[in-house]
Design a protein around this ligand. Structure first.
Ligand code: PHE
Length: 433
C-alpha cells in the first residue's frame, strides 16, 4: 500500500498531463507505456527484491549485496531522493492553496485568463507559496516522526478510491466540453511528426518519476515488506494502478486544456492547476467538487512525499547512526532550504538559470527526473542482473517456493534490455543536444 501510495501522486495528475502535452501527445503516450512495461515494471520488482534480499536501505543494500563501490549507486539514489523532495514539496504546497481558492470561490469561473492570473500571482509570490510548502513539509515530517505511516496508509486506502472516482467524473465532464475533442485526439491518436530527440528521454524520466524509481524508495519499502507478500503481484499492481491514474488524468487535463484554448506545449507546470478549475466550474457545486479534488490530491501527494523523506531518514540512521527524530528534522530542513529557491524561481528569481534556459525549479526537476532516476535505474538493473544474478530469484518465489516461469526472462531484461535501452536513450539525448 505504501509503495502504491508513493507511486500515485502529483506525478500522475500534475506532471504527466503537461509533460504529455509538451512532448507530443499520443506518440509520447505510446513511448511512455513502452517505457513503463519494458523498464519500469522489471525495475520496480528489482528494487523491491533488492530491499527484501538485503533488508537494508539503499546504500547498505548495495554494499551488502555487492561491495563498497556499488554503494555509490545507493548514495546517488539518496541524493536524487533529496532533489525530488525539494521540488516536489513546492507543488504539494500548491494543492493546499488551491483547496483554499476553491473554498473562497477565487477560481470558481471559466475565464482562462483569470485562472492563469491566479496561478501566476500565487506561484509568483513569496510568502504564500513558501508558507504552503512549509506547512506541507511539516505535515510530511510529522507523519514520519509520529510513526503514523500505518495510519496514513489506512486513510489512503479509503480516500484513494474516491480520488479515482472523482477523476472518472472529471474525465466525463472534460471530454464533453466544447472544443475538448481535439484534446482527446491529441492524447490518443499518435502524430509521429511531433516526436523529437527529447521525447524518449522525457518518457523514461516520467516513467521513473511516476513509479518512484531510481531513488531508493522501492528498495527501502521492499526492505519493510512482510515475507508473505508476493512481490511480483505487488509490483504489477503498483505499475498498473499508477499507469491507470496517469491515463485518466491525461484524459481529464488535456481535453480541458484544448477546451480552454491553450496550445499543447505552452502549458508548463501550471497546466493542471490552470485548467481543472474551469472544468469544476462547469459542474453543479463545482467549488465543492474542486475542494475535495484538491484535498484528495494533497493526500495523494503526502503519501508520495513521505517516501523520499523516508529514504533520507533511513540513510542517516543506517549510515551515521542518527536517531529517527534528528534525522527527520535535519532532512526536512535541508530539503526545505533547497525548496525555497525553487519556489522563488516562479517569481522574483525567475531569471536565475542553473541549467541553460532552465529555472531553479526546472533544473532540479530535470537533474533528478531525467538524469538521477534513469542513471540510478540503469545501474540498479545492472547490479541486480549481473552482481546478484540468479540469487535474486529468492525474492520472487511463490509462497509455496515455486519459481515463476518468467524468472529467467526477468533477469535477461535486467541484464540487457533495461541497461541498453536506457543507456541508448540517455546517450542519444546527449548527442542530439
Ligand atoms: N511517484 C511520485 C508521484 O507520482 C513522485 C515521487 C518520485 C515520489 C520519486 C517519490 C520519489 O507523484
Amino acid at each position: 500500500m505504501a509503495a502504491a501510495g508513493s507511486a500515485v501522486g502529483l506525478g500522475n495528475i500534475w506532471k504527466f498531463p503537461y509533460v504529455t502535452g509538451d512532448s507530443g501527445g499520443a506518440a509520447f503516450l505510446l513511448i511512455y507505456i513502452v517505457c513503463i512495461f519494458l523498464f519500469g515494471l522489471p525495475l520496480v520488482l528489482a528494487e523491491l527484491s533488492l530491499g527484501r534480499l538485503s533488508g537494508k536501505s539503499p546504500v547498505a543494500a548495495f554494499r551488502q549485496m555487492g561491495n563498497r563501490g556499488w554503494s555509490g549507486v545507493g548514495g546517488l539514489s539518496v541524493l536524487t531522493a533529496f532533489m525530488v523532495l525539494s521540488f516536489y514539496i513546492v507543488v504539494c504546497g500548491w494543492t493546499l492553496a488551491y483547496m483554499y481558492f476553491e473554498l473562497t470561490g477565487e477560481i470558481d469561473g471559466t475565464n482562462q485568463a483569470a485562472l492563469q492570473q491566479t496561478f501566476t500571482d500565487f506561484t509568483g509570490g513569496v510568502w504564500a507559496p513558501i508558507i504552503c510548502a512549509a506547512v506541507f513539509m511539516i505535515g510530511t515530517a510529522g507523519v514520519i516522526l509520529g510513526g503514523v505511516g500505518n495510519g496514513i496508509e489506512r486513510v489512503a486506502k479509503i480516500l484513494m478510491p474516491i480520488l479515482f472516482l472523482l477523476l472518472i467524473i472529471l474525465v466525463f465532464r472534460a471530454v464533453t466540453l466544447p472544443g475538448s475533442w481535439e484534446g482527446v485526439k491529441f492524447f490518443l491518436v499518435p502524430d509521429w511528426s511531433r516526436l523529437d530527440g527529447e521525447t524518449a528521454t522525457a518518457a523514461v524520466g516520467q516513467a521513473f518519476f511516476s513509479l518512484s524509481l531510481g531513488e531508493g524508495v522501492m528498495i527501502t519499502y521492499g526492505s519493510y515488506m512482510a515475507r508473505r507478500h508476493h512481490l511480483p503481484t505487488d509490483a504489477l499492481a503498483i505499475v498498473g494502478l499508477d499507469t491507470l491514474v496517469a491515463i485518466l488524468a491525461g484524459l481529464a487535463v488535456l481535453p480541458a486544456m484544448f477546451a480552454a484554448g491553450i496550445e499543447p506545449g505552452n502549458g508548463g507546470p501550471g497546466t493542471t492547476f490552470m485548467v481543472l478549475p474551469a472544468v469544476f466550474a462547469e459542474m453543479p457545486a463545482g467549488w465543492l467538487f474542486g475542494f475535495f479534488f484538491f484535498l484528495l490530491l494533497a493526500i495523494a501527494a503526502l503519501t508520495s512525499a513521505i517516501s523520499p523523506l523516508e529514504v533520507m531518514v533511513r540513510y542517516l540512521g543506517d549510515e551515521f547512526g542518527l536517531a529517527r527524530k534528528k534525522a527527520t528534522i535535519l532532512s526536512a530542513l535541508v530539503s526545505f532550504a533547497v525548496a525555497v529557491p525553487a519556489i522563488l524561481s516562479f517569481g522574483p528569481w525567475s531569471g536565475v538559470h542553473i541549467l541553460p534556459d532552465s529555472s531553479i525549479f526546472d533544473s532540479l526537476d530535470f537533474t533528478a527526473t531525467s538524469i538521477g532516476m534513469p542513471v540510478g535505474g540503469l545501474l540498479t538493473a545492472l547490479f541486480l542482473g549481473w552482481v546478484i544474478g540468479p540469487r535474486a530469484f529468492q525474492a520472487i518465489r511463490h509462497p509455496d517456493g515455486r519459481l515463476p516461469i518468467w524468472a529467467g526472462a526477468w533477469l535477461f531484461v535486467l541484464r540487457f534490455i533495461t541497461p541498453l535501452g536506457i543507456g541508448w536513450i540517455l546517450l542519444s539525448s546527449l548527442i542530439m543536444d
